[in-house]
Design a protein around this ligand. Sequence first.
Ligand code: IMP
Ligand code: MG
Length: 188
Amino acid sequence: MSRTADLHADVGEVLLTEDDIRAKTAELGRRITADYAGRPLTLVSVLKGSLPFMADLMRQIDLPLRIDLMEVSSYGGTATETSGLVRIIKDLSASISGEDVLLVEDIIDTGLTLNYLVRYLRGKNPASLRICTLLDKPARRLVDIPVDYRGFEIPDQFVVGYGLDYSERYRNLRFVGVLRPEVYSEAG
Ligand code: IMP
Ligand code: MG
């Protein structure tokens, strides 16, 4: 049987269990709810990796909420590294001018993708723009990103699950785990 036929077997160490993620998402939701205190909020998330986090986080926020989704892809790079050159595949569907916006991300690695997105969104004149990320890999940061809400700091390892992919797989795992290096070295 090929390795990629068994999603679970391809994952080594489990970094975050379903319970860890659930507890953290609830905590972040409480903080966001308190910080915005009844003000309307627009959550903008970036497909596809942030989809599970966005879906869970929004249900932990008790505010008048609007959501919007963008999708970006990076030119070049590899399956495990971003190039930083970002192309917008799906843009916002409504104006965010004058709105309080919270950008919801799955992971910040080099920060290049987010750096681009923050500049892009600032150009749309929101009243405020903050960043919420489930995972942060500070060891690999190339640009300084002010993170307002951070779920977990993780070591410099390539992780999959709970939205995160390797070659579009593993997004449906309920936990976050370290992909066995054999899986991506075999693929070449
Ligand atoms: P950055 O531009 O280097 O910060 O990378 C951001 C994007 O790269 C994330 O939104 C993910 O799609 C992807 N990425 C970075 N690290 C990982 C990882 O460990 N596993 C899966 N995807 C990752
Ligand atoms: Mg990816």
